[in-house]
Write a protein that binds this ligand. Structure first.
Ligand code: FAD
Length: 430
């Protein structure tokens, strides 16, 4: 007999939960606060072009994502390309991302290059299951010990400073390592990086998942934030949305953890305290439509005292489109004063930065620009992160809670959210 299960959030994880439940004969109802599916991976209308608000690419290791594409008959929409990386340093754009580029890199001694290269190489060789040894290690110290002070200053420090700000000094080495490994292993050879994109962007998969959920008897309700998960006598009873109570056998939440205490105020105090302790980084991500290419690289790391960004993504160097698309993410703690700056401040900075990197760009080359914000875009994973979180099956009967930080040490990713969501659905319905 199928169970009626409420799923909170229609990002990739919530959709994966509902997809699995519906295919297993249950009746999931997905509640999504936004007016569209996708969460961080959602698309928007960028003056006639439907594209993600935040850049998305895929790596060879995105197993759950690729498997789901297969199940939905979408594998032929996946494309892989050799991509290039660059490093903007000392007012010069240099090649990056392979041993030859490292050797030729200007502004770093030979010993520092060797130590940097060795660390990157061994990080990609370390097996996924060996992450525990790095779980309780602090990341910047771990990297400094390997690469030395010089390479850390030139190649790493700004990436930490402009992504994690005050949190930089207490991050898990296992978590940072898994990011190095994901990109480092997505290669055709030592000299060639290989990344993938989905034709039509993430919407192609997200819409197919939504349709599949509906086809198998589930529901996806947009513009329907859940105000409260109703709990009584240590048992979940249902949810309140739009001022109405609706009874459910079970509830699975995939909304960012910092929202959980507000939506589930009746959780046991010890569990509430665990969720209240979780911190996230916000993002203001500027997307630019240009007449001209900025560089030939997909990803450009930046180390420039005049730029408060870790890098930028020239998306159309992976996925060809009629015009050139560049994403420039500004990460920062949500409490940081900069987050209160109006969008125009970020748009002006991006125009300045892109013109600095490519002085042949004029104002006429900028066809359109937008800024999107996601308040809880990136969890901050300190050493031993998972030890401080409750298990997804909470000590309330019928209630499961997770977000992107639950698959620590993996970084947030569509594939990881799908994988976690599919497994959580099996567990919740058992
Ligand atoms: C700038 C940026 C770049 C990224 N780049 C990549 C990349 O290149 N490759 C990759 O694989 N991944 C990338 N990601 C990560 C990827 O987008 C996420 O891992 C994935 O979308 C997370 O999905 P999720 O469902 O776990 O969470 P989310 O996407 O956060 O979904 C949570 C959903 O819950 C909804 N919600 C919140 N509160 C409520 C409520 N009270 N009631 C109902 N619904 C609610 C939200 O609206 C949202 O839709 C990127 C993310 C960002 C921000």
């Amino acid at each position: 007999m199928g169970q009626r299960i409420a799923v909170l959030g229609a990002g990739p994880m919530g959709l994966a939960v509902a997809y699995q439940l519906a295919r297993d004969g249950h009746q999931p109802v997905v509640f999504e606060a936004d007016d569209r599916v996708g969460g961080m991976a959602a698309g928007f209308d960028f003056s006639g072009l439907t594209i993600e608000r935040y850049y998305h690419f895929h790596c060879i290791s995105d197993t759950a994502f690729l498997q789901l594409l297969g199940e939905l008959g979408l594998s032929d929409q996946m494309h892989w390309h050799a991509t290039r990386m660059g490093y903007w340093y000392q007012d010069r754009l240099q090649a990056w991302g392979n041993p030859l580029a490292l050797l030729k890199f200007r502004g770093l001694g030979l010993a520092a290059k060797f130590r940097y290269g060795l660390h990157a190489f061994l990080s990609t060789k370390r097996k996924r299951e060996d992450w525990k040894a790095l779980d309780h290690v602090e990341a910047t110290g771990w990297i400094r010990r390997w690469v030395g002070a010089e390479a850390y200053e030139v190649l790493w420090r700004r990436l930490f400073d402009y992504k994690f700000y005050d949190y930089s000094s207490n991050l898990s080495a296992a978590w940072i390592w898994s990011r190095i490994r994901r990109i480092g292993t997505s290669r055709a050879s030592l000299f060639e990086e290989k990344l993938g994109y989905l034709e039509g962007g993430s919407d192609t998969l997200l819409n197919a998942m939504r349709d599949d959920i509906v086809k198998h008897g589930g529901e996806v309700r947009l513009g329907s934030p859940v105000a409260k998960v109703v709990i009584a006598q240590d048992q979940v009873r249902g949810v309140e949305s739009g001022g109405q109570f609706e009874a459910f056998d079970k509830v699975v939440s995939t909304i960012p953890l910092p929202y959980v205490p507000r939506v589930m105020p009746d959780l046991p105090p010890a569990v509430l305290a665990q969720f209240q302790a979780v911190r996230n980084i916000a993002v203001v991500c500027v997307i630019v439509k240009l007449r001209k290419q900025v560089t030939e690289n997909f990803w450009v790391n930046t180390n420039d005292p005049e730029m408060d960004i870790p890098g930028l993504v020239e998306y159309t160097n992976l996925r060809p489109l009629d015009q050139h698309i560049v994403y420039v993410p500004f990460y920062m703690p949500g409490e940081h004063a900069k987050y209160a700056d109006p969008d125009q401040v970020f748009l002006d900075k991006v125009r300045r930065y892109l013109k600095k990197i490519n002085p042949s760009l004029s104002d006429a080359d900028f066809l359109d620009m937008r800024a999107s914000r996601y308040r809880h875009a990136q969890p901050i994973c300190e050493p031993g992160y998972l030890d401080r979180l409750p298990a997804p099956a909470l000590p309330v009967r019928g209630l499961w809670v997770a977000d992107t930080s639950y698959y620590y040490p993996e970084d947030r990713g569509i594939s990881e959210s799908i994988d976690f969501g599919l497994k959580m659905a099996k567990d919740a319905a058992a």
